[in-house]
Ligand binder design. Structure first.
Ligand code: GLP
Length: 247
């Protein structure tokens, strides 16, 4: 297995290490393409990256970023949209413009076509140098929910009930929680040259073990990472508590 696992003493340590990974990619390749994620997990990473950039500024003019997913039906200025999340948690503080930061368009009239165009854009940029991933409670990565086959391309998806419920904490009422999203496919994610999976908290211990040590199956979408040649898992000790070994 080509997954490296580092169990960190705390969420803060995990976040610092993840930020250093992102920072090093840009240090070595100013025109890098970073694949970014939303959710509560990477917030500490983005805070640490902003601190690093303030202390030792890199030229970010050539950097481009691509995000994993977006809710369908939410405009980019909606406070719960992933575009808004990225603007407020990272892009503004780093001085990154909308021209260099890509998030799937949640208002696309034809989400299928938008998905294919999104993949084509990533290919045209030369592919993703480092992709950050979080882990859903049901094993999803981005919004690739458990299903029969690993989806290849960026595509529209119906969110599953447990995902809708997990997302509800960010909305005022259940009715407002989007039911659909546009997400990079497993194939789109898999093309990244390096992947960094971030997982924290005891509630993710079971699913992390299943993803890393169970069978590779689309019923646990993150299990596909076992087959990727360059994956680093950074988790805190609570999330890593059931893993049989640190690789
Ligand atoms: C959402 C996002 C995923 C993210 C997951 C976990 O479903 N689409 O990309 O990994 O949430 O979120 P959290 O980090 O808040 O547990």
């Amino acid at each position: 297995m080509s997954i490296s696992i580092r169990i960190c003493t705390s969420y803060e340590e995990m976040s610092e290490l993840a930020a250093i990974e992102l920072y090093s990619v840009v240090l070595n390749k100013p025109a890098a393409v970073l694949g970014l994620a939303t959710g509560s997990t990477p917030i500490g990473t983005y805070e640490a990256l902003i601190r690093l950039q303030e202390m030792h500024p890199l030229n970010l003019k050539e950097l481009r970023t691509v995000n994993l997913d977006e809710y369908l039906g939410l405009p980019g200025d909606h406070p719960q949209s992933y575009r808004y999340f990225m603007d407020t948690n990272l892009f503004r503080s780093m001085g990154l413009s909308t021209e260099q930061t890509f998030v799937p368009n949640g208002l696309a009239e034809n989400p299928e076509a938008e998905g294919l165009a999104y993949d084509a854009r990533i290919d045209a940029m030369g592919g993703i140098d480092l992709q950050i991933l979080g882990l859903g409670h049901n094993g999803h990565i981005a919004f690739n929910e458990p299903c029969e086959d690993f989806p290849k391309h960026t595509h529209p998806v119906d969110l599953q009930e447990n995902t809708i419920q997990a997302n509800a904490r960010f909305f005022d009422s259940m009715d407002e929680v989007p039911r659909r999203a546009l997400t990079m496919g497993i194939g789109s994610i898999f093309k990244a040259r390096r992947i960094l999976l971030l997982v924290n908290g005891a509630a993710k211990a079971n699913i992390l073990k299943e993803a890393l040590e169970g069978p590779v199956t689309p019923m646990v979408p993150a299990s596909i990472l076992q087959l990727h040649p360059n994956v680093l898992v950074l988790c805190d000790k609570e999330a890593g508590s059931l893993l049989s070994q640190e690789a």
